[in-house]
Design a protein around this ligand. Structure first.
Ligand code: GLN
Length: 288
């Protein structure tokens, strides 16, 4: 008789789950409190543990994303707690962290603002890698902020980050923030409203709509962030934005129209223009 491990792999494969073997390994690792590398297909499993895996499998077959079943996900170099209150951290977003780090290496005691922090994966990865940096993480969802604060605790960076429950569409947003930053990072909602229903079940049912819906054409949040960014940045400060497929050029144009300079558009591992880097000019009189 086929091992329980292989039965799980086959059920996931039959449901068109992309990496059935890896996902099975991760479920077993979670239940057996082992590392994924310690799981092999004939591993012994008790009836009680089997039930736990079956429960996870049932949820996964309904296309609940694995990270939201396990309650955590690896992003960049770190592990983040994940719930249905936040967008699942995605590998595509790691390029934003790497691009930010390249710039921040040259800025001592950088002060960073994350607009729409969700789980905290972007800003907290930066703060963890840069021990002298400080940050402010903003989100419209208080549940996301509670989770982000827990993640900051786990990464032992809590004393260098503050959290603010606000929306960049608030008329008093700049006053609420009340400070200027060396860098703004953001992965704002960018899916055109009408396209959300066409997304995979994993995304449309389990990522918060608030974190996806970019308004009629997908650019509402970029337009608003572009309006406020110049007042939130120090002279010479940077903005790094995640872009959806095919959006990078237009995002750059929106920010250029608001006085920022385009520095670079960086592709992700799949070759998609994913990260738009802009900079606020240094005031003329300081330059000369
Ligand atoms: N990357 C997500 C997706 O395409 C969307 C995230 C966002 O809107 N910022 O599924």
């Amino acid at each position: 008789m086929e091992s329980f491990f292989l039965q799980v792999v086959q059920k996931l494969a039959a449901a068109q789950i992309e990496s059935p073997r890896l996902e099975t390994r991760l479920m077993f690792a979670e239940v057996l409190h082992r590392l994924p590398s310690e799981i092999f297909q004939d591993i012994t499993i008790t009836e009680e543990e089997k039930k736990k895996v079956e429960d996870m499998l049932e949820q996964r077959l309904k296309h609940k994303p694995l990270d939201k079943i396990l309650g955590h996900k690896e992003f960049y170099k770190y592990e983040f707690k994940v719930t249905e209150d936040v967008l699942s951290p995605r590998q595509d977003t790691e390029i934003l962290v790497e691009s930010a780090l390249e710039i921040l290496q040259n800025i001592s005691k950088a002060y960073i603002l994350d607009l729409g922090c969700g789980s905290g994966c972007i800003i907290e990865s930066l703060l963890k890698d840069l021990p002298s940096a400080r940050g402010c993480a903003v989100d419209i969802s208080d549940k996301a902020l509670i989770l982000a604060a827990e993640n900051a605790d786990n990464l032992e960076i809590s004393e260098r980050i503050c959290f603010l429950n606000a929306s960049w569409f608030d008329t008093d947003f700049i006053i609420k923030i009340g400070e200027k930053f060396d860098m703004i990072v953001s992965n704002p909602p960018y899916i055109p409203s009408a396209d959300i229903d066409t997304l995979d079940t994993e995304v449309k049912e389990y990522d918060p709509r608030l974190a996806l819906d970019g308004g009629e054409n997908g650019y509402d949040s970029y337009a608003q962030i572009a309006r406020i960014a110049p007042r939130l940045l120090q002279d010479g400060g940077y903005v790094l934005l995640e872009a959806g497929i095919g959006q990078a050029e237009k995002i750059a144009d929106i920010f250029i129209a608001n006085g920022l300079r385009l520095r670079k558009i960086v592709n992700d591992l799949s070759g998609i223009a994913r990260c738009v880097i802009l900079q606020k000019a240094v005031a003329e009189n300081k330059n000369s």
